[in-house]
Design a protein around this ligand. Structure first.
Ligand code: SF4
Ligand code: SF4
Length: 333
């Protein structure tokens, strides 16, 4: 049985983009160099910011992200430094290329998860989205990581380009020996925002049938699945994580957002200036979080309203949930 996971109110999640560079050019890449810069942050700056962001009075979870974070030559040192600072968990979000021999330079005790992005169960589907050769390289990387005893989870970003293939993922995961699966909804930001006409997002009906069914099948194979809720019935309560949870999305140019949907705009709540974290004056994303609208998430209405539907009276047929609200099904084997 799936369970909606409320935002964790006693934990901090730090999504730290340590660089924006990447070897791949995925069609849905959310990185926007105009907004996020092109810098690879020096390790001294990263450790200084990590110290500012950790909170030892509660669990602080750190996710190293990019670009491709394994392109940062100091990632092993940064992982150890973060452990020493008291981060409760450390995840590396990677495209599976595992650069700089990272798998030989850190241990499974130091990294809780390598979370690998793959958008198809086969070359044809994945490589159309993530680029020629990426499937083979990623699968080989996952096998190597598992062989060395690391925990590996898989992130699949669902869009119209790979919706039909999602049903093949439970078997793929089982055969690879992966026990943790994250389904992600495509956001109309970064590169996807430049091609809005493609209508990449799934409808409410598609989401609730296709994704929920696949999640259930994967759980029956013993896989722990997490996927965004996305749609809420009119009567269901709506909550904005920006107001009640502690998520920080940090970019190499110093911007710190509280909501990933805001990342294409200079709406960040805070900024690192001379290694000090400062709140920004209004108007920023925190002001938008306060607005109550019948469509649910304000940022969704502003930047990707194509997933909304209205009745003849002009009332929304449903609400869009916060993109950080998840359903979770634990494996049943
Ligand atoms: S792997 Fe990630 S950062 Fe690299 S192009 Fe793909 S989506 Fe963008
Ligand atoms: S996605 Fe919407 S509801 Fe969630 S934090 Fe952002 S603005 Fe708030």
């Amino acid at each position: 049985m799936e369970k909606t996971v409320a935002f964790e109110k006693n934990a901090r999640n730090i999504f730290f983009h340590i660089l924006t560079r990447c070897n791949l050019r995925c069609r849905h890449c959310y990185i926007n160099p105009e907004q996020h810069g092109r810098k690879t942050l020096p390790s001294g700056t990263i450790t200084s910011w990590l110290k500012t962001l950790v909170d030892k009075t509660q669990a602080s979870n750190l996710i190293f992200i990019g670009g491709e974070p394994t392109l940062h030559p100091d990632l092993p040192l940064l992982i150890r430094a973060a452990r020493d600072m008291g981060y409760a968990s450390i995840t590396v979000d990677t495209n599976g290329f595992f650069f700089n021999r990272i798998l030989d330079k850190v241990t499974p005790e130091e990294v809780d998860y390598f979370s690998v992005g793959l958008d198809g169960s086969c070359k044809d589907v994945n490589d159309r989205i993530r680029g020629h050769g990426s499937y083979d390289k990623c699968v080989a990387g996952i096998q190597e990581a598992l062989g060395k005893g690391f925990n590996v989870s898989l992130i699949y970003t669902v869009s119209r380009l790979n919706m039909g293939d999602l049903k093949n993922m439970p078997h793929f995961l089982k055969s690879m020996g992966i026990h943790r699966f994250f389904v992600q909804v495509i956001g109309i930001r970064g590169k996807s925002a430049q091609h809005k006409e493609q209508k990449l997002q799934l409808t409410k009906r598609e989401w609730s049938t296709v994704v929920a069914r696949v999640a259930d099948r994967a759980a029956k194979l013993g896989i722990h699945v997490t996927y965004p809720k996305v749609f809420l019935d009119r009567a269901q309560p709506f909550e904005c994580a920006g107001l009640v949870a502690q998520n920080y999305f940090v970019f190499p140019n110093g911007r710190v957002y509280r909501c990933p949907l805001c990342e294409d705009f200079p709406l960040h709540a805070c900024v690192f200036e001379k290694n000090r974290l400062k709140a920004r004056p209004p108007i920023n994303e925190m002001d938008l979080f306060q607005l109550t609208i019948p469509e649910g998430c304000v940022m969704n209405k502003l930047i990707q309203p194509g997933n909304l539907e209205f009745d003849k009276q002009g009332r929304p047929r449903y609400k869009i949930a916060c993109c950080l609200l998840k359903e979770e099904i634990k494996g049943k084997s």
